[in-house]
Design a protein around this ligand. Structure first.
Ligand SMILES: [Ca+2]
Length: 217
């Protein structure tokens, strides 16, 4: 913004500064805290949000921030989908929001929704919104997204050990993807890491070093 004498502001774009910033971030990781190193002991890592099912009795949360298995640094993100979590009924996040409003008496009880939860649909993921300036850098550009994955235990059944692709579908390995989000002001981008997906059987997964970069060349 440039201030004029008088009572108005006008917006200007400095092409030199724009090119400088574009070059500065050409090889940068545009995901903040993709290594999960920035966090204190009580909080989930800076910039990241999580969604996960309610924690069954005597279980710990599916998503956590361990220090025992890392690819670099001291922390990674852990998706520990135990049998108890798989067996516990769970909802989609949107369903949970609707249930909360129902309980507050703001909308009538939806009897279909009340019976729709069932075991075997455990969902958990983490996400962050990409910085708005980085979104402008990414516009109409080719990108590369990557992560380091360590599958500690896939709980393959014995007959799956022979290695059929169909046998692995139900284990839903983690996926990293970008989606567009719409706010009242502008389009944005969100990067999401799925930990354990719909219909996943028990799994034990660690992920580190999530990266989003402009594609070289
Ligand atoms: Ca790390």
């Amino acid at each position: 913004m440039v201030a004029h004498f008088g009572n108005s502001f006008s917006k200007t774009v400095d092409p030199v500064a724009t090119e400088y910033l574009g070059n500065k971030f050409r090889n940068a990781n545009l995901v903040r805290n993709g290594s999960f190193e920035d966090s204190d002991k009580t909080e989930f890592p800076d910039y990241w949000n999580k969604d996960q099912p309610p924690v069954p009795d005597s279980e710990t949360e599916v998503v956590s921030l361990p220090t025992d298995i890392v690819n670099s640094g001291e922390k990674s993100v852990h998706f520990n989908l135990t049998k108890a979590c798989v067996d516990a009924p769970s909802y989609f996040p949107a369903d949970l929001a609707q249930l909360k409003i129902q309980e507050e008496g703001k909308i009538p009880v939806d009897s279909v929704l009340m019976t729709s939860r069932r075991p075997g649909e455990t969902r958990s993921w983490i996400f962050q919104n990409i910085d708005p300036y980085f979104c402008t850098l990414l516009c109409e550009k080719s990108i590369e997204i990557s992560m380091d994955v360590f599958i500690n235990d896939r709980n393959l059944q014995s007959w799956w050990d022979r290695g059929t692709e169909t046998g692995e579908v139900r284990q839903d390995p983690p996926q990293l993807f970008l989606t567009e989000i719409v706010s009242k002001d502008a389009l944005g981008l969100r990067i999401t890491l799925t930990g354990t997906g719909i219909y996943s059987e028990p799994m034990d997964i660690y992920v580190d070093n999530i990266s989003l970069k402009l594609k070289a060349g």
